[in-house]
Ligand binder design. Structure first.
Ligand code: PPS
Length: 395
């Protein structure tokens, strides 16, 4: 069975040599979609299914395939049809991912390095293609260190680009509206590059790459970049919880050990210090709007207006207010198109820690002991000494 999402359509190929067939397609979370399709004939069938992608986040399809067996009487007359259910192997973009009896799973990644930056191995595998990514002049790049407020900024920028039409911003999940450029997930999931290749302009592109690893074409095209930075301690706490719940990321080790890993930059996408400083300095050369998570928390409407201005959009106050409301933590936590609930639990196990976890400034105080905080601050002062970059760790 093959499921090929294409813009507003999904089409489905069946290669089950049985006839006639009826098929129901469900998506998670239920009961978002159920579209029974009847088939006759045999062999491979390709059925265009018109699906509302908002209602059908395509990462979690499940199928019930029913074969209707004809029951004849002794004279050969058709008496009734009996439904026989069977589990079929599912596939996405041509790659199978197990049937109903074998729930899919992924393995936690190991880390390698790209030009001295620790990163998950799958990124390294497609590094040549990522390096050669062809940015378009109207691409908007949202760059962040992981867990600094990427999803929040994607929602804000998508709303701005759609003139405050918040309903339109619910058309598909975050990872679909702003593909994660360097992500190369396990099959059957499409890579960021594959998603971007089929996306219409203007594209919203997400990256966690440090500035020196960003594909050159973004600079050649003078693309606009929005960078969001978050204070190191809250960023660390958020990343620690995320590495637990994201079944594809390496294990963290103990909390104590994780603080050391973070300080030495031995976490996926490398050193927080190098990342925030590198991007800070890049403002001198490139069109980078450098924002702080803490400022967004303090006065979201003010920061949304700054982003709108940077993108060349003049929005009136009512629109800014609507976007502010739509992108608040409480709204996004409940929005399935923004809270990553469309990803199955074998990837993001939100029972371990929700993606929209706390969304506050200062949660680090609930995690660090006094001595851990002192050790952290010492290294922090040393690393930030030579820059004008300053963060707030409480509001
Ligand atoms: S990722 O996986 O790197 O893309 O994660 P990212 O989106 O950068 O960061 C997730 C953290 O951002 C918080 N978040 C928000 N905070 C305030 N307001 C809004 N609207 C919002 N949306 C997301 C999210 O809760 C994560 O932070 P923690 O501290 O873990 O709660």
């Amino acid at each position: 069975m093959r499921l090929n999402p294409a813009s507003e359509f999904l089409s489905l190929s069946l290669s089950i040599p049985l006839s006639p067939l009826s098929l129901s397609l469900y998506t998670s979370p239920p009961p978002s979609l159920s579209s029974p399709v009847s088939l006759s004939g045999s062999a491979i069938k390709r059925i265009p299914l018109l699906l509302n992608r908002r209602a059908a986040p395509f990462f979690s399809p499940s199928f019930t395939v029913i074969k209707f067996v004809d029951i004849h009487d002794t004279h050969g007359n058709l008496q009734r049809q009996q439904a026989v259910y069977f589990s079929a192997e599912m596939s996405y973009r041509g790659v199978g991912f197990g049937g109903a009896d074998s729930p899919p799973s992924i393995q936690r990644e190991t880390m390698t390095e790209i030009e001295g930056v620790p990163i998950i191995s799958s990124v390294t595998q497609s590094w040549d293609q990522i390096r050669n990514f062809k940015a378009r002049p109207d691409d908007v790049l949202i760059a962040t260190y992981p867990k600094a407020g990427t999803t929040w900024m994607v929602e804000i920028v998508d709303c701005i680009m759609n003139d405050g039409d918040t309903e339109r911003c619910k058309r598909s999940p975050t990872h679909d509206r702003a593909p994660f450029m360097e992500l190369n997930p396990p099959k059957p999931f499409p890579s960021g590059l594959q998603q971007l290749a089929s996306m219409a302009s203007p594209r919203l592109v997400k990256t966690h790459l440090p500035v020196q690893l960003v594909p050159q074409s973004f600079w050649e095209n003078d693309c606009k970049v929005i960078y969001v930075a978050r204070n190191a301690k809250d960023n660390l706490v958020s990343y620690y919880h995320f590495q637990h719940m994201n079944q594809g990321l390496p294990e963290t080790g103990s909390w104590e050990h994780y603080i050391s890993s973070f300080l030495s930059g031995q976490v996926p996408w490398g050193s927080w210090f190098d990342h925030v400083i590198g991007w800070w300095e890049s403002k001198a050369e490139h069109r980078v709007l450098y924002l702080f998570y803490e400022d967004l928390k303090e006065d979201p409407a003010r920061e949304i207006e700054r982003v709108a201005r940077f993108l060349g959009k003049g929005l009136d106050q009512a629109v800014i207010d609507r976007i502010t409301d739509h992108t608040s933590f409480s709204q996004m936590k409940e929005n399935p198109m923004a809270n990553y609930s469309t990803l199955p639990a074998f990837i993001f196990n939100q029972a371990v820690s929700p993606f929209m976890r706390k969304g506050t400034v200062g949660d680090w105080k609930q995690h660090f002991t006094v001595s851990q905080s002192e050790r952290f601050d010492e290294e922090y002062r040393r690393r930030l000494a030579g820059t004008s970059l300053r963060f707030r760790t409480e509001l």
